[in-house]
Design a protein around this ligand. Structure first.
Ligand code: SAH
Ligand code: SF4
Ligand code: F3S
Length: 475
């Protein structure tokens, strides 16, 4: 996933001369939380007087918001920095300065290494410190700076308030980070080291953000956290609020019609949250609940804190609460010591659950994690074969899920114009992308749409009048 952020001309500094504004370009890799962070860095840079750049070529500042989760993700950073270095030299020869900054999880994990290996980098800033960007940028103009401590202050309280104009630019579906960091220490994963200990934003802060989003036209909010269902933010009366309570509060905000949350850990999937799936209509019937493996032996070695049977039990409870719920998951194949039988157990759990979607990866040996130290690493060729089989099965399930939607009527949140003229595009409650003919004025509305066909990446639909959506969907 990558995103470049547009900074809005003159929004916060209406008196600044537009032509002389410096330009910033942010490139983001990795998870949705990084997308959120990149948006917030964009907000900060807009306030600092930066203007839009849609590529690095014309930029005075380039920020790479990096991901460390797998080897390939980290390597991308160094190759991108190589290209930027050449660009910086060329711009320097023309008399222009260009600052290069590295943010995100690689900055946190390998800040020193980046400074050592790539002299063109002026600034390194970890994911917990980017609220300090204005000061860091000023310092970086006089010499290289690195900021990778976990600061004592609450980053979120220090960030500038969301700007209505920028919210409107981003559209009617928004992300809000409510929880960050992780105390689980799965033995394959770098996140506890790059994002630090679990932290939950106070309820009032989240409510204020979502109210702002709603006032600027947002209809759907996805609550983000590395372990979002471990949320335990403090409410106005000093009590601890669970994610379920937070969801109930947010569902009452006028204009907010859809809520989602990701990513959750099975061990934190408590009854309270499951009940919210039954009782809160705004909570969408689509749950991403990563299991990683179907083998108890591998799950224990991964330190996942639950077995396959427990996971299936949770899925059963969630389905009892919300029978139309669809599920997705993350899988890792080739964790050290994974046998053929372990891998078959993963295929078995996939068959037992029947997923609507999933992400799957070959195990990647990450420095500093316990998994990386193990002597029983799996051969790349074996990982490759297992991944292909696993993805074949998951793809069959995804296609079957989409095919079963054809003929049904779904409430679609219209998010944007479609690719062709006269077309609009949106998402079903199951996060399926769908396009249909219709006027742009419908953007931001939830309309009943009959699903008429499935394509490789999206569905095709046809608007129906309200009367026909009242009946039960055919099954
Ligand atoms: N907090 C989430 C996951 C965040 S990372 C959870 O607990 O589910 C997103 C996904 O990347 C993980 O679910 C896992 O499937 C994958 N992943 C993490 N570390 C990995 C590694 N070392 N190799 C391969 N995949 C990995
Ligand atoms: Fe990583 Fe495990 Fe924490 Fe998820 S729960 S972020 S996989 S350590
Ligand atoms: Fe990557 Fe950091 Fe997210 S390692 S997946 S950007 S939390």
């Amino acid at each position: 996933m990558s995103e470049s952020l547009e900074l809005i001309r003159g929004e916060e500094h209406p008196k600044a001369p537009a032509l002389s504004k410096p330009r910033a370009f942010i490139k983001s890799y990795g998870c949705q939380m990084n997308v959120y962070d990149a948006e917030r860095m964009g907000d900060i840079l807009a306030l600092e007087g930066y203007d839009l750049a849609d590529s690095a070529d014309a930029a005075d500042l380039v920020l790479l918001n990096t991901c460390h989760i797998r080897e390939r993700a980290s390597e991308k950073v160094f190759s991108e920095l190589g290209r930027l270095r050449t660009l910086k030299k060329a711009r320097g020869a023309e008399g222009h300065d260009m600052l290069i900054g590295v943010a995100g999880c690689v900055a946190q994990a390998e800040g020193r290494e980046i400074m050592r290996r790539q002299s063109a980098v002026d600034l390194v800033v970890g994911p917990q410190s980017y609220h300090r960007l204005p000061d860091l940028l000023r310092r970086a103009r006089n010499g290289r700076v690195a900021e990778t401590d976990f600061p004592v202050e609450d980053k979120f309280a220090e960030l500038p308030p969301l700007s209505e104009q920028r919210i409107r630019q981003r559209g009617v579906a928004a992300f809000v980070t409510v929880q960050e960091g992780c105390d689980k220490f799965c033995t394959f994963c770098v996140v506890p080291y790059t994002r630090g200990a679990e932290f939950s934003r106070p309820v009032a802060q989240v409510v204020a953000d979502v109210e702002r989003l709603a006032r600027a036209g947002v209809r759907e909010v996805t609550l983000l956290g590395q372990n979002v269902n471990a949320y335990h933010g403090e409410d106005e009366r000093g009590r601890t609020s669970s994610l379920a309570l937070l969801i109930r509060r947010l569902a009452e905000i006028p204009g907010i019609s859809r809520l989602r949350y990701t990513t959750s850990h099975p061990a934190d999937m408590n009854d309270d949250l499951i009940a919210a799936h039954r009782e809160v209509p705004a909570l969408m019937p689509y749950l991403h609940l990563p299991v990683q493996s179907g083998s108890d032996r591998v799950l224990a070695a991964m330190n996942r804190k639950h077995g396959a049977a427990h996971y299936l039990e949770i899925i059963g409870k969630v389905r009892d609460a919300r029978p139309d719920i669809a599920l997705s998951s993350d899988f890792i194949v080739g964790f050290p010591g994974e046998s053929d039988a372990d891998f078959e157990a993963t295929l078995a759990i996939i068959r037992a659950v029947d997923y609507a979607g999933a992400f799957s990866f070959k195990y990647s040996r990450r420095p500093g994690t316990p998994g990386a130290e193990r002597q029983d690493q799996i051969d790349e060729a074996v990982k490759e074969k297992r991944l292909a089989r696993l993805q074949g099965l998951l793809e069959e399930q995804r296609q079957a899920f989409n095919a079963a939607s054809v003929g049904r009527i779904a409430d679609v949140l219209i998010e944007k114009k479609g690719r062709h003229s006269g077309q609009i595009a949106g998402r079903t409650p199951y996060l399926q992308a769908i396009h249909l003919d219709g006027p742009e004025e419908l953007i931001g509305q939830i309309v009943p749409v009959e699903i008429v066909a499935t394509g490789p990446n999206s569905l095709a639909g046809r608007r129906v009048n309200h009367g026909s959506s009242a009946g039960e969907c055919p099954t």
